[in-house]
Design a protein around this ligand. Structure first.
Ligand code: PEP
Ligand code: MG
Length: 586
């Protein structure tokens, strides 16, 4: 038995040691089998039988997953049913059978190829990966062409799931059974469905392993280290022991996190702060609250566009917003209107290829260009606001005129709803993101137009320092501790406070315990972040007094480089209060 170590991307932390269950990949065919024209009708019937079977399966799985894991996780199967109901999909496949006199297998494979090419032209990682939803539906349909006895049963037992790529429905079905110790897959990235699902179910997962499926067989023993993104195949005893002890440390760390999540959110001197969650899917709401979130500070609504290959309808928007609002109630939910364009291009939105997308048609600029689309979204948000815990957040505002225009459209939509006698929260708060230098400099002007502000530090740093946030070549210049970044953030927070308006930070800076302490020192009380980081930030903020944070922030402001600031905070906080920091076990 060969011993190997493979590196991938750890997308859900934790360690598992166990036996492999290798999932076979569904391969579409590349063989074009021609049939006699008189068999074409039978072939179409075969396709429709497979369609019926697929529909039955999907509603069965949907109900089962809903029962076991809650509505959030079952939504994907509704999306799959919708994909399947899309007349253009089925008629395209049938047309291929009829026009080319081919087997249904070939026609489905061709449809899959068409969608694959379409989705692969998308540059954004998350959006590109949504092609797997279509592939998922098509591969289920494909498998259902085979007679019943040939369709394989998925295996049981407490195992480590190894697969080339887990299709979203497959991930939900397999992971919901409660017998998957860990997941290791060839494909995928941080934002794949499997990654999100594994994180929310606390199942260690490593993706992007490239060829693990070729290195293992069912029954092999492996270690999956989701924290460090490593998989060890057939580990010798000494290595197994090492990982058993690492697993214990991680499990203790996790217990500590859970305890922290339940503690009060106040500083050592009793000043209240509010941890909030950034989410991309309704499925993440329960994870957020279990980690100690006291609201959703950022719902990146553009992710809805990934549920279907066409533009989502008002009902689809509404269903997602109301689910989140209900689950989070009475806590607030900030729904950010779509932030597409830039690196998140979507073919449905027909944004031209741009020479410099980060400075092009992005976020609110797209919404103000495609007003009908914007109105659909605002209508759905307003309809979902009846519980009075929904707020709207506008991304990438750069000038006053934009916010004036947004307000005009907003009041038009409200008026239309009143005319249609549709209920909504008349006082639904409107906020803007401060994530562009121009908006930062104009904070006093913008803040007087809206109910609240949220600082998007990811983009603010990108645009303020002129450093592409996704370009590895310049990542060394992307410095959250850069003194310019601190100066501008301090200015924004103080300006919002002077105007008596609420302000939060929803970029990654809120998720780092050291920068969170500095932000607290500047007067910030609302910190929105990826839910898994909430306990560690909470622990850090709970262990300092506000006056210490203020002093540290003041001193840090006198320093001239990012390195000096970072070292100073480490010296003043980390070294003096080591217990304040929940260190990730590595
Ligand atoms: C940000 O820019 O900091 C932010 C939170 O938004 P996003 O990361 O979605 O651009
Ligand atoms: Mg942003």
């Amino acid at each position: 038995m060969d011993y190997f170590r493979l590196r991938g991307t750890g997308v859900s932390p934790g360690i598992a040691i166990g036996e492999v269950s290798l999932t076979e990949r569904v391969l579409f065919t590349s063989r074009k089998e021609i049939i006699s024209p008189r068999l074409v009708d039978d072939e179409c019937k075969r396709l429709h039988k497979a369609l019926e079977r697929t529909q039955e399966q999907l509603s069965g799985i949907r109900d089962n997953v809903k029962r076991k894991m809650g509505e959030g996780h079952s939504i994907i199967f509704e999306a799959h049913q919708l994909i399947l109901e899309d007349p253009s999909l089925m008629s395209g496949i049938e047309e291929c059978i009829r026009n080319e006199n081919t087997r249904a297998e070939w026609a489905i494979s061709q449809a899959n190829e068409r969608y694959r090419t379409l989705f692969e032209s998308i540059t954004d990682d998350y959006f590109r990966q949504r092609k797997s939803d279509i592939e998922d539906v098509l591969s289920r349909l494909y498998k259902n062409l085979a007679p019943a006895q040939k369709r394989k049963r998925e295996d049981d037992g407490e195992k480590i799931l190894v697969a080339h790529d887990l299709l979203p429905s497959e991930a939900a079905v397999r992971l919901s059974r409660g017998n998957v110790l860990a997941v290791a897959i060839d494909m995928g990235g941080q934002t794949s469905h499997t990654a999100i699902l594994a994180r929310s179910l606390n199942i260690p997962a490593v993706v992007g392993l490239r060829n693990i499926t070729q290195k293992v067989k069912s029954g092999d023993r492996i270690v999956v280290d989701g924290t460090d993104g490593e998989v060890i195949i057939n580990p010798p005893l000494a290595i197994r022991r090492e990982f058993v002890s690492k697993k214990k440390k991680y499990d203790d760390y996790r217990r500590e996190l859970k305890k922290t999540a339940k503690l009060r959110s106040s500083t050592l001197d009793g000043v209240k702060f509010v941890p909030l969650a950034n989410i991309e899917l309704p499925e993440e709401v329960s994870l957020a609250f279990s980690m100690g979130a006291e609201g959703i500070g950022l719902f990146r609504s553009e992710f809805i566009y990934l549920q279907s290959p066409s533009l989502p309808s008002e009902e689809e928007h509404f269903s997602i917003y109301s689910q989140i609002a209900k689950k989070a109630h009475p806590f607030p939910v900030d729904i950010r209107t779509i932030d597409v364009g830039g690196e998140k291009n979507l073919p449905q939105l027909k944004i031209e290829k741009e020479p410099n997308p980060a400075l092009g048609l992005r976020a609110i600029r797209v919404s103000l260009r495609d007003r009908d689309l914007f109105k659909i979204q605002l209508r759905a948000i307003l309809r979902a606001s009846t519980l009075k815990n929904v707020r709207v957040l506008i991304p990438m505002i750069t000038e006053l005129e934009e916010i004036k225009e947004v307000k005009l459209i907003f009041s038009e939509v409200k008026q239309e709803l009143r005319q249609d006698r549709v209920k909504f929260d008349e006082n639904l708060p409107l906020g803007v993101m401060i994530e562009v230098p121009a908006a930062a400099a104009l904070t006093d002007v913008l803040v007087s137009e809206v109910d609240y502000l949220s600082i998007g530090t990811n983009d603010l740093i990108q645009y303020y320092l002129a450093v592409d946030r996704s370009n590895e070549l310049v990542s060394y210049l992307f410095k959250p501790f850069h003194p310019s970044v601190f100066r501008v953030i301090k200015f924004i927070i103080e300006t919002a406070h002077k105007a008596g308006k609420e302000i939060s930070v929803c970029g990654e800076m809120a998720a780092d315990p050291l920068s969170a302490i500095l932000l607290l020192g500047f007067g910030l009380k609302k910190f929105s972040m990826n839910p898994i980081f909430i306990p560690r930030v909470k622990r850090a903020l709970r262990s300092v007094e506000l006056k210490t944070a203020r002093k540290v922030a003041l001193e840090a402001m006198k320093l001239k480089t990012a390195q000096e600031i970072e070292e100073y905070i480490i010296e003043r906080i980390l070294v003096k209060h080591p217990k304040a920091f929940l260190m990730q076990i590595t």
